[in-house]
Ligand binder design. Sequence first.
Ligand code: TYD
Length: 130
Amino acid sequence: MNARLVDLCRIPAPSGNLTPVDCSVLGFPIRRAYYLYDVPGGESRGGHAHIALEQFIVAVAGSFDVVLDDGTTRQTFPLARPFIGLYVPPMLWRELVNFSSGSVGLVFASEHYDEADYIRDYAEFRAWAA
Ligand code: TYD
C-alpha cells in the first residue's frame, strides 16, 4: 500500500503554531481543498475509492481514523495532530471513522471534483483492484 504518513513542517511561536503545506510537500498539484466539520462524534465518512485522485488528509482539529483497503489488505491510520498528514494514492477504498466531536478534516486533492472518478460500490472496487 503506497499510502504514507507525512510529518509536516511546524513553525512554533508563543502566539501559536503554523504549518504550511504546498505542492512540494504533497507531491501533486493542489487543484481542490475541502474540509469535513460538524461530523457527529463516532460518525463515519468515505466508503468509496477514487480511480485517479490523489489526496492528502489532515486532522487539523480533533481526531479520526482513516481505514485504507487495497482490495487485499486493510490498514488503519489514526490522525490526531495538525502537523501529520496522510497521503492517499488512487485506487484505495477509504473509510474515515471514529471522528471525535468538534474534529475538522482538511483534504487536499489533486483534481477538481468529478463524480466519475468515484467507485462507490465495494464489489466493483474489488473487481477494479484485482
Ligand atoms: P463524498 O466525497 O462522498 O464525501 P465523504 O467521502 O466525506 O463521505 O462527498 C459527499 C457529497 O459532497 C457528494 O454528494 C459529493 C459532494 N462533493 C462535492 O460536491 N464536491 C467535493 O469536492 C466533494 C469532496 C464532495
